[in-house]
Design a protein around this ligand. Structure first.
Ligand code: CA
Length: 176
């Protein structure tokens, strides 16, 4: 995935815990160990109290048509920390000019990884934008194991399901 330039900072690749107590994960979701990697918003890099700090990243263009349009986006997210604002996902046909919100979660309650899924039915090419916002140092938001399969999400969604079609996005943003 690529970093946006229309935001305040970058998603950061990390393993183990984050820099502040009482926020962020202590292990990734894939392996469930301190050695596994995830990406996150490091809220300590933000603007401080009550000023929203936002990071965004984008997938490459995903090709759609009338024949190929149904997909299920599955991901795991971790929102723990009292200064967390939101995690939002948007679809955009043209970078970041026009966006449609398809997922939003606010607040930072519990120190666990949760799964999210979004059915996508786009007939035009699109990108997926992942956006996290916080307003204070206990605002670390993490994401892991993003995958896209070529079917609508099942109604009774099985968290262990992985489709052999589609693909898994990898963390190529290794800067910090
Ligand atoms: Ca991982």
């Amino acid at each position: 995935m690529d970093q946006s330039i229309n935001d305040d900072g970058n998603w950061i690749r990390n393993s183990g815990r984050t820099n502040s107590y009482r926020t962020g994960p202590s292990k990734d979701h894939t392996l469930g160990t301190p050695q596994g990697h995830y990406v996150y918003l490091e809220a300590t890099h933000g603007f401080g109290w009550d000023v929203k700090y936002t990071v965004r990243m984008l997938t490459p263009t995903i090709r759609s048509s009338n024949q190929v349009r149904d997909r299920c986006l599955v991901f795991w997210y971790h929102m723990y920390g009292q200064h967390i604002v939101s995690l939002n996902i948007y679809l955009s046909p043209n970078g970041e000019t026009t966006e449609t919100e398809v997922f939003t979660k606010t607040g930072g309650g519990v120190n666990v990884w949760k799964t999210g899924h979004v059915t996508i039915t786009e007939t035009l090419n699109f990108k997926i934008i992942l956006e996290a916002s916080s307003a204070g140092y206990r605002g670390d938001i993490a994401v892991d194991d993003i995958s896209i399969s070529l079917q609508k999400c099942a109604i009774a969604y099985d968290q262990s399901h992985h489709s052999p079609t589609g693909f898994t996005l990898t963390w190529s943003i290794a800067r910090r």
